[in-house]
Design a protein around this ligand. Structure first.
Ligand code: PMP
Length: 353
């Protein structure tokens, strides 16, 4: 830390993203990206748009929001577009949480939540997941806090039924409840259908996982138009051009050919089910997942050891050195070929011990 760094943030511990190694080619199953490239239409649209890069992007994202509105059956004023869903989480924390409405989220969840809370000096409480890693909705009933729940949760992959989410929304009418749906397209049912009933609901989503656009940085939020206006107040006070031209065009093209991403999500869900069966045969315990990853623990090798040995063998998975999940690893679901190699390598490793 330099001597110039503000005291205000001197205790900030930044988020640690998953490795993006540039040295050698790994089978990359560590950051929940799609194993599939964007569609040809998306690539073509981006190439065409590059002709206009001398011009700023549209801060209103009019075309992109119109296409989103069409795909999701919502009014354009209920939609906010951002530079990856991380950004809308940060904006929402800034806009809706403070000492009077502190944050609450599960103890095991997306690692950025406490970082954004610290960055914005928002007090927060971490509510323990049950022993099977599920969220107990009763723990959130009437707690009068700004609540954020990833659904499916990360890194567990566990899905919380909408009926449970509805209980949380109904019992905290004075607070925003953020449902982070980064992984919803791999199996769960979106909370979007609850929007007409709950003005305190903010659903966030991303093009990073199911739509193969992690590198483009495109995220979104769905909420009551007044809530979206508040998000935009923060957005226009930080970076109105947060969605760049290439990304915006890529997003529109991706939305126009929805079929491509739906096919890929189906394939990933099938690969997930196959991987769960195969890894269980090797003595692993797997948390039931509706996401594009699984959280799994071996009965014969520790989490960190498995992560390191697989890395040596050219397969990257994610290990979290965190209580309760230290024995586990999070494994992103890739192509069938990638998953076959993963299983083969794990077999080799467990036979060697
Ligand atoms: N929410 C959750 C639960 C995530 O795992 C991620 C991915 N790291 C994000 C949000 C943010 O994704 P992005 O910023 O790429 O949209």
């Amino acid at each position: 830390m330099s001597r110039f760094f503000t005291n205000r943030l001197s205790n900030l511990i930044p988020y640690v993203p998953g490795e993006q190694p540039q040295d050698k080619k790994y089978i990359k199953l560590n950051t929940n990206e799609s194993p599939f490239p964007p569609s040809e239409e998306v690539k073509k649209a981006v190439a065409e748009e590059s002709d206009k890069l001398q011009l700023y992007s549209d801060p209103e994202c009019v075309e992109l929001r119109a296409q989103m509105a069409k795909n999701y059956g919502l009014g354009a004023d209920s939609i906010g577009m951002v530079n990856g869903s991380d950004e809308i989480l940060n904006f929402a924390f800034m806009a809706f949480a403070d000492e009077r409405s502190p944050l609450a989220f599960p103890d095991i969840t997306y690692g950025f939540y406490p970082v954004f809370a610290e960055l914005n000096h928002i007090p927060y409480s971490e509510i323990p997941l049950k022993s099977d890693f599920s969220i107990c909705a009763d723990d959130y009933i009437g707690i009068n806090r700004t609540i954020v729940i990833a659904n499916p949760n990360a890194p567990t992959g566990k899905y919380l039924p909408l009926s449970e989410i509805e209980k949380i929304l109904a019992s905290n009418p004075q607070n925003i409840v953020i449902i982070d749906e980064a992984y919803i397209d791999f199996g769960g049912e979106s909370a979007v259908k609850l929007l007409p009933k709950y003005k305190n609901l903010l659903v966030t989503g991303t093009f990073s996982k199911s739509r193969s656009l992690a590198g483009a940085r495109l995220g979104f939020g769905f909420a009551d138009p007044e809530v979206i206006k508040d998000i935009n107040t923060i957005r226009y006070s930080t970076n109105p051009y947060n969605v760049n031209r290439l990304t915006s065009r890529a997003g529109i093209a991706a939305l126009e050919n929805d079929g491509y991403y739906k096919d890929k999500c189906k394939e990933i869900a099938e690969n997930r089910d196959w991987t769960v069966k195969e890894i269980q045969k090797l003595g692993f315990t797997v948390v039931p997942s509706l996401a594009n990853f699984i959280l799994a623990k071996s009965d014969s090798i520790g989490g960190e050891k498995l992560y390191l040995t697989l890395k040596e063998k050219g397969v990257l998975i994610r290990h979290f050195d965190k209580e309760r999940i230290r024995d586990y690893n999070r494994i992103t679901i890739g192509t069938k070929e990638q998953m076959k190699i993963l299983i083969e390598k794990i077999k080799e490793i467990t036979e060697e011990i």
